[in-house]
Design a protein around this ligand. Structure first.
Ligand SMILES: CC(C)(COP(=O)(O)OP(=O)(O)OC[C@H]1O[C@@H](n2cnc3c(N)ncnc32)[C@H](O)[C@@H]1OP(=O)(O)O)[C@@H](O)C(=O)NCCC(=O)NCCS
Length: 190
């Protein structure tokens, strides 16, 4: 399960046109816009990763699950995301335009339920595109890199959660081939 972090080598960092063996599957997203590049984040990107992922949480501050941001969230984020950037079974992709980081997507090789197949799947999270770069194919480009990463690991399935009240995410994931398989419900006790 644990693989060397070969995907983090400098020669492999620009993933705008991920190589594929064999015919492309039906869900292959469109190629990235010409001015957008997708690469694997390294520990040097920690400040940008923290900034984008906190922006994502702030944008969801109306949601019952995400509205209670801890006051020390930034410090926690640096520790947590630093560990994630070094972990072997996950990857954070960054989309850049020129020198600017315009989008982020995290993908984790994840175990499924013990009585069910598949044993492992790819799990996508922490998806954020800065407002000025939206509707230009940045998410499509990030997703293409994530799907290539999953396929290179032999994963057959990719899952994700999105907030039910997030209309843009609902529309985007539907357009990109992700179907709703279950709903997460919450009841607050106090
Ligand atoms: C959702 C989000 C990631 C989409 O990123 P993006 O780079 O704008 O998406 P893309 O341009 O690659 O769009 C891909 C397709 O998704 C659909 N889509 C994306 N945003 C949409 C929107 N606001 N309304 C309707 N459809 C949308 C479209 O079909 C689009 O293809 P098209 O532009 O050719 O019609 C971005 O709006 C965002 O970061 N929102 C705030 C954070 C967030 O909601 N994250 C998702 C957490 S699960």
């Amino acid at each position: 399960m644990s693989q060397p972090a070969a995907h983090r080598s400098s020669s492999d960092r620009d993933l705008r046109a991920p190589a594929r063996a064999g015919p492309a599957p039906a869900h292959t997203p469109s190629p990235a816009p010409d001015d957008v590049h997708v690469r694997v984040a390294t520990i040097d990107d920690l400040p940008a990763v923290v900034e984008l992922r906190l922006a994502l949480l702030r944008e969801h501050s109306h949601n019952p699950l995400y509205r209670r941001l801890r006051p020390d969230a930034a410090a926690r984020a640096r520790r947590l995301f630093g560990a994630q950037l070094r972990a072997p079974d996950e990857v954070i992709f960054l989309a850049t335009r020129g020198d600017a980081v315009v989008g982020i997507l995290r993908c984790v090789q994840t175990a499924g339920l013990p009585l069910l197949f598949p044993v492992l799947h790819g799990y996508i999270s922490s998806v954020y595109v800065i407002p000025a770069a939206r509707r230009r194919g940045v998410l499509r480009a990030l997703l293409a890199a994530a799907l290539a990463w999953c396929e290179a690991r032999g994963l057959m399935e990719v899952r994700l959660h999105n907030a039910a009240d997030n209309e843009a995410a609902n529309a985007a994931w539907e357009a990109l081939g992700f179907r709703i398989a279950e709903h997460l419900r919450v009841r607050f006790l106090r």
